[in-house]
Design a protein around this ligand. Structure first.
Ligand code: PLP
Ligand SMILES: N[C@@H](CCOP(=O)(O)O)C(=O)O
Length: 467
C-alpha cells in the first residue's frame, strides 16, 4: 500500500516509497499534511460476512492487512495484534452493550489506561519497536494530550528500548485521574510536560516541531497522536466489530462518536469507504463546537477553547478534519495546502461545496452543553443501569436526537472512573477505579511545568532527548 499526504508534496524522509512502515515512523508528513492511503481497500459483502465471529485480534489483523501491505507479513501482524489486545480486561476487547431498543454502547475502555486510545496505542507501541528494531534506530516521540492519549501512549512505550517520549498536557485542564496516569509513570524514557495554555496550543507546538529542521536534524521525531495514520487504522477495526455483531453486511448501523480531534470518527469514515454498511456517522461535540458548525453550515472558524467537564474534547483545531476535507474535496493536495495555509493564518475557513456535500453524505452533527451532558448521564444510569463518562454522555445525547431506523452505536470512549467527580454530580453514583490502575493516588508524581512557549519546550526536549 502506498501513502500520500493531504498537502500533496510529502517525501519519505528515508528516500524510499511512502509505505506503511515509513508513514508510521514519520507521523506527520514533511509538507505539513497528514498521510492517507493512496486508495481505500475494498471489502465485498461476502468478505465482510466472512469476518463475523472472529476473535478481536484476528479481525484486527484481517481488517488492517491491506493498509500494512508488505511492511509486515500477515503472520507477524496477527502476532502483534494478539500481543496488543492480550492486556485488555474484557475477552471481547471492545464489547457491545444494549441500552434500549435502538441504542447500544461500544465499550472502548477496557485497555490498561481506561480509554479508547489504548486500542490503537497498544499496537502502535509494538509497531514502533518492530520497525525501529529492524533499522537499529531511535525515536523521539512528541505528543500533545487533553488527557487520554498521554497516558495510553506512555503506557505503550514506557521502558521500551530506542524510544523517548515527551508528552505535553495543558496544565490544570485534565482530570486528576488522567494526570496521575501520566505523571506517576517514572520510567526514565518518559517526560511529562505541563504547559500553560490549551490542548490546541500544545498540538500546534507538536506540529511545528515536525517542520523545525533544527530539531529534526538532531532527532528522529515520531507521533502518537491521531495525526499518525497507524492510530486511525487500528481504530477502524472496532467499527467492523460492532457492525458485524449487529447484522452487517445485511444491516446498516449508525455510530455516534464523541469528537474532538476527529480521529475516531474519521476511522468510521474509513470503515464506510472500505465497504462497511454505515447508515450515519454522528459527530457529537461539547460547547467547543467548531466541527458541529463546520458540518452544519460550512463555518470552520476557531474561538477560545472553553474548559468543560469533558476535557478530552476541549479542542478547536481538529487535526483529522483535514483528512476528510482532502478526501471529500477531490483529493487535490495543492488546493488543500492553499486552503490550510489560509486557515493557519486567519484561524477561519469556509468549506467548499464539494467538501460540504461530500461530508453531508455520511456525517450528521450535534452539540451538547453541560446540562444536556448531565441529563444523558442520568438517563443512562436511571433507565439502563449504566454509568457513562462525560464524553460518552455527549455521544449518547447526540444519538438520542436522531430518528433513524438503523441501530445507533455510541462509542463509549472512556471509563466513567476517569471522571468520577462529574459522574457523581450528575448521577449520585461514584464509579470506583478498576483494580488495573492500581494505587494511582498513592504514587509519586513527576512532571515539568513550562510556559506555553515553543522555544522553552523545544530546548527542554533537546536537552533531555538523550542525543
Ligand atoms: C474520552 C475521549 N472521548 C472522545 C475524544 C475525542 O476523540 P477524537 O479526538 O478522536 O475526536 C477523546 C480525545 O481524543 C477522548 O479522550
Ligand atoms: N482527546 C485527546 C486529544 C488528542 O487526540 P489524538 O486522538 O489526536 O491523540 C487526548 O485525550 O489526549
Amino acid at each position: 500500500m502506498e501513502y500520500l499526504s493531504t498537502r500533496g508534496s510529502a517525501q519519505n524522509p528515508d528516500g524510499g516509497p511512502l509505505d506503511f512502515e515509513g508513514v508510521t515512523l514519520a507521523g506527520l508528513a514533511n509538507d505539513g499534511g497528514l498521510y492517507l492511503p493512496r486508495e481505500w481497500p475494498q471489502f465485498s459483502p461476502g468478505e465482510i460476512a466472512g469476518l463475523a465471529g472472529l476473535p478481536y485480534a484476528e479481525l484486527a489483523a484481517r481488517v488492517m492487512q491491506p493498509f500494512v501491505g508488505d511492511s509486515l507479513t500477515p503472520e507477524r501482524l496477527r502476532e502483534l495484534c494478539e500481543e496488543a489486545y492480550a492486556r485488555f480486561a474484557h475477552k471481547a476487547v471492545t464489547p457491545l452493550v444494549q441500552l434500549d431498543q435502538r441504542n447500544w454502547l461500544l465499550e472502548l475502555f477496557h485497555g490498561p489506561t481506561l480509554a479508547f486510545k489504548d486500542v490503537a496505542l497498544q499496537l502502535l507501541g509494538l509497531l514502533f519497536e518492530e520497525f525501529l528494531g529492524r533499522r537499529g534506530e531511535r525515536l523521539t516521540i512528541v505528543g500533545a494530550t487533553s488527557g487520554d492519549t498521554g497516558s495510553a501512549a506512555i503506557d505503550a512505550v514506557a521502558g521500551r528500548e530506542g524510544v523517548e517520549i515527551f508528552m505535553l498536557h495543558p496544565k490544570g485542564r485534565v482530570s486528576d485521574v488522567q494526570r496521575r496516569q501520566m505523571t506517576t509513570v517514572l520510567a526514565p524514557n518518559v517526560h511529562n510536560i505541563a504547559i500553560e495554555g490549551s490542548f490546541d496550543d500544545a498540538q500546534a507546538m507538536v506540529k511545528r516541531m515536525f517542520a523545525d529542521t533544527a530539531l529534526t536534524g538532531r532527532v528522529r521525531l515520531g507521533a502518537v497522536n491521531s495525526i499518525n495514520w497507524a492510530r486511525l487504522m487500528a481504530q477502524v477495526v472496532y467499527y467492523f466489530a460492532a457492525a458485524l455483531q449487529l447484522g452487517a453486511p445485511q444491516r446498516k448501523v449508525a455510530f455516534s462518536v464523541p469528537t474532538g480531534n476527529f480521529g475516531d470518527v474519521f476511522a468510521g469514515y474509513v470503515a464506510a469507504k472500505m465497504g462497511l454498511p454505515v447508515e450515519r456517522l454522528i459527530v457529537a461535540t461539547n460547547v467547543n463546537d467548531i466541527l458541529h458548525r463546520a458540518l452544519s453550515d460550512g463555518d470552520y472558524s476557531t474561538g477560545e477553547v472553553t474548559p468543560t467537564a469533558a476535557p478530552s474534547m476541549d479542542i478547536q483545531v481538529s487535526s483529522n478534519f483535514e483528512r476528510l476535507l482532502f478526501d471529500c474535496g477531490g483529493r487535490d493536495g495543492a488546493a488543500l495546502a492553499e486552503q490550510m495555509r489560509g486557515f493557519e493564518a486567519t484561524k477561519a475557513m469556509r468549506l467548499t461545496n464539494a467538501q460540504r456535500e461530500g461530508a453531508a453524505a455520511l456525517f450528521t452533527s450535534a452539540r451538547a452543553d453541560q446540562d444536556e451532558m448531565a441529563q444523558a448521564m442520568r438517563w443512562a444510569w436511571e433507565n439502563c443501569g449504566e454509568t457513562v463518562d462525560p464524553h460518552t454522555a455527549i455521544g449518547l445525547h447526540a444519538a438520542r436526537l436522531q430518528d433513524l431506523d438503523a441501530p445507533v452505536v455510541t462509542l463509549a470512549t472512556a471509563h466513567p472512573a476517569k471522571f468520577r467527580d462529574t459522574v457523581e454530580r450528575a448521577t449520585g453514583t461514584r464509579p470506583p477505579l478498576p483494580p488495573r490502575v492500581g494505587d494511582l493516588f498513592a504514587r509519586e508524581e513527576r512532571f515539568t511545568e513550562l510556559p506555553g512557549d515553543y522555544d522553552a519546550v523545544v530546548t527542554y526536549i533537546a536537552e533531555h532527548a538523550g542525543v
